[in-house]
Ligand binder design. Structure first.
Ligand code: RB5
Length: 151
C-alpha cells in the first residue's frame, strides 16, 4: 500500500497520481488534503511519513508547492528517507542509491504528467544495495545518534 498526501500547493499533482493509481489498480491510502483551500503541509506530510515508518505503507508520496516543506517534515520521522525529485534521473537514483521510501514533489514546479512519470519510476525502481548499503546505514546511524567517523 502506498501512503499519499498533499497540501493545497500539491493537490493538482497528487490527484493526477491518484488517477494513475486508480487506472493501474495500485493500492493506496490518501491522507488528504482534498481541496485547494490553504492548509498546513506538516499535518499531511507527518501522517504519510508515519504510515511509512510504522510499516503500514510500503512507501509514501507527498506533494506541496515545491516538495521541499513536506520533505523536511518527512525526514524528521525516524526511518524515513524522503527525497525531493523533479526529474526522471533523480527519481531513479534516489531509489537505486538512497533507498528513498518517500517521494516528494512540487505542484508549482512540475506538471501533472511529470508527477505521474516520476511516481511510476520511483515505485518501479529497486534499491541496489551493495556499496550503497554502507552509506544508507550511516544515515540510519546519524538518525539513531550513534554515527562515528572513523579516521
Ligand atoms: C504553501 O504556500 C507552500 O509554502 C507549500 O506548499 C510548500 O511549497 C512548502 O514547502
Amino acid at each position: 500500500m502506498i501512503a499519499i498526501g498533499c497540501d493545497h500547493g500539491g493537490l493538482n499533482i497528487k490527484n493526477a497520481v491518484i488517477d494513475y493509481f486508480n487506472e493501474k489498480g495500485v493500492a493506496y491510502r490518501d491522507f488528504g488534503c482534498d481541496s485547494p483551500q490553504s492548509v498546513d503541509y506538516p499535518i499531511y506530510a507527518y501522517q504519510v511519513a508515519t504510515a511509512v515508518a510504522n510499516g503500514d505503507a510500503d512507501c509514501g508520496i507527498i506533494c506541496c508547492g515545491t516538495g521541499i516543506g513536506v520533505s523536511m517534515v518527512a525526514n524528521k520521522v525516524k526511518g524515513v528517507r524522503a527525497a525531493v525529485v523533479t526529474d526522471a534521473f533523480c527519481a531513479e537514483m534516489t531509489r537505486r542509491h538512497n533507498d528513498a521510501n518517500v517521494l516528494c514533489m512540487g505542484g508549482r514546479v512540475i506538471d501533472e504528467s511529470t508527477a505521474v512519470k516520476l511516481a511510476d519510476i520511483f515505485l518501479n525502481t529497486e534499491y541496489e544495495g551493495g556499496r550503497h548499503a554502507k552509506r544508507v546505514q550511516m544515515i540510519t546511524d546519524i538518525e539513531n545518534g550513534n554515527f562515528m567517523i572513523k579516521s
